[in-house]
Ligand binder design. Structure first.
Ligand code: 13P
Ligand code: SF4
Length: 357
């Protein structure tokens, strides 16, 4: 891989990061009294959602990861869909895609471990070309990112000459490189309107595009990608919940189809949904999104009861404590991006980040 001008190469960065690193061997993972003592404050946080019998299986990994993060000058960035033992016990930064991208651009750490899926790790790498970015499982993909290629974007540009292209961050760096600006679910409407154009191409999530179109007068041209987790929810299912329990509040992510969003009391990004619950403290709430989010919010909203017809994201669930530990011990899997792709892809992400300052 060539060196990006004015920046040290990833190989040099790795060599630098490896100076004075602890040896690449897995630590002892016994649940000793010392481990119990050092992790007790963390168990207090998650006791509502992790039964005591499961803690001895998690605690040695949590201590080992937190020790190794300090030794390696590493941070763990965790998406809101990470399981509670990751989200509350080893993450340095938690948030939605936009918050993680922003924090990735600010960190002083030399190594970033992405608790999330591959496109998120690529975004971190785009914003930190000189740092080592690790994803604990390279197979942690995303059905939206897999739904579109760079050639598809070029074909859309040809079909709609002069129409600006906004891509959801849930895409590969190759796709971002073909687009004018990225967006996330928390700023999609603002990004689309910032272009000042009467028509905008918004890829790849058809449902997010429909939702944005319902919030703005800009004409939206969409792609046919779907999130395999959110597309499983139906309006019918939610109406049945309301009939059984008329007081329940329904909060949905804009990756859901319109018949689902029509049933929702609030629609927003994962962090927008969390904020809504914390601010409104409903007695009962149904989060129409990935399962782990209810557990993570339940820790901080003890008076709220969560109804859980949630769906699991198989990609997010590939990230586990043992894999995060291996990632930090053996410095794998390292995310790399071809500099010819990285430069335009970074520009598209930075345009979005700068818009929010
Ligand atoms: P957020 O940016 O709202 O966290 O969404 C990311 C995602 O992948 C939701 O499925
Ligand atoms: Fe992709 Fe959907 Fe999983 Fe989010 S929940 S990472 S959009 S597959």
């Amino acid at each position: 891989m060539a060196t990006v001008q004015g920046r040290i190469s990833p190989a040099k960065a790795r060599a630098k990061a490896q100076v004075a690193l602890p040896p690449a061997v897995l630590p002892d993972l016994a649940y000793t009294p010392e481990v119990a003592r050092e992790t007790a404050h963390l168990y207090e946080k998650v006791a509502r959602v992790i039964p005591p019998i499961e803690w001895p299986g998690f605690a040695p990994y949590i201590k080992a990861i937190n020790d190794l993060k300090r030794a390696r000058n590493a941070v763990v960035l965790a998406h809101n869909y990470m399981t509670p033992e990751i989200f509350h016990c080893v993450a340095d930064v938690v948030g939605d895609s936009l918050q993680l991208a922003r924090e990735a651009s600010r960190t002083d750490a030399e190594i970033i471990v992405q608790g999330g899926v591959h496109f998120m790790a690529e975004t971190s790498k785009l914003l930190n070309p000189d740092k080592m970015v690790l994803i604990p499982d390279l197979r942690a993909g995303c059905s939206l990112a897999a739904s579109i290629t760079a050639a598809d974007v070029r074909a859309m540009r040809e079909a709609y000459p002069g129409v600006p292209v906004v891509t959801y961050v849930n895409t590969s760096a190759d796709v971002k490189a073909e687009c004018d600006i990225t967006c996330t679910s928390s700023n999609a409407v603002r990004v689309v309107e910032s272009l000042g154009a009467p028509r905008v191409i918004l890829i790849p999530d058809e449902y997010l595009a429909k939702w944005v179109a319902s919030q703005t007068s800009v004409e939206i041209i969409a792609w046919k990608g779907h999130c395999e987790v959110h597309e499983r929810f139906t309006g019918e299912e939610l109406r049945a919940y309301r009939e059984t329990d008329p007081g329940v509040k329904i909060i949905a992510h804009p990756e859901c189809d319109q018949d689902v969003l029509e049933e929702a009391d609030f629609t927003g990004s994962t962090s927008g949904m969390i904020k809504w619950v914390k601010d409104n403290q409903p007695s009962k709430v149904l989060l129409v999104t990935e399962c782990s989010m209810s557990d993570n919010v339940a820790v901080e909203a003890p008076n709220v009861q969560f109804v859980r017809p949630c769906n699991l994201c198989p990609h997010m669930k590939r990230i586990t404590l043992p894999k995060i530990l291996e990632s930090l011990v053996f410095l794998k899997e390292e995310v790399t991006i071809d500099p010819a792709v990285a430069e335009p892809a970074r520009a598209a992400v930075e345009r979005m980040i700068n818009l929010n300052h």
